[in-house]
Design a protein around this ligand. Structure first.
Ligand code: CU
Length: 143
């Protein structure tokens, strides 16, 4: 093996090492406190995929709630509707925003109403079968 091919092998090894590391990084992840008697909560965050390959979230779940779904907010004429997304693609080395008025995670059928004291454990399941967990706080709109 000459020097050049050793360097290439080293690069490949680094690539494999990062492949098994944390799948994505999330920033500013929070659960929006819902108005009284509304028993669904939206989750917002910025997701960064540090890897050199596309990653796809195929399902989400949360320990607080029987159901969690990926949603997109869309304007349909003068109405605002939410549509279910079957998956969420995270392009290589890019950011994806889950933000009010756009994509979000919807938490439904909570075991108990979420309050500002609640902690939520959110799990992403990826198309390669791996999973990743995040701990989230519940916050008010204006925070
Ligand atoms: Cu929604």
């Amino acid at each position: 093996m000459n020097y050049y091919s050793r360097v290439i092998a080293g690069v490949c090894f680094c690539g494999l090492a990062s492949h098994s590391a944390a799948q994505v990084l999330v920033e500013n992840a929070w659960v929006q406190l819902a108005p009284p008697a509304i028993n669904v909560n939206a989750v917002y965050m910025q997701i960064h995929n540090p890897q050199l390959r596309l990653q796809t979230i195929v399902s989400v779940s949360a320990d607080c709630c029987a159901k969690a779904m990926l949603h997109n907010t869309r304007k349909l004429g003068d109405k605002v509707v939410m549509e279910h997304l079957d998956y969420l693609e995270l392009p290589a080395q890019a950011n994806v925003q889950l933000a009010p008025g756009g994509m979000h995670i919807m938490l439904m059928e909570p075991d108990a109403e979420l309050t500002l004291e609640s902690k939520v454990k959110l799990t992403f399941s990826y198309s390669d079968g791996s999973t990743q967990e995040f701990g989230l706080d519940v916050k008010n709109n204006d925070l």
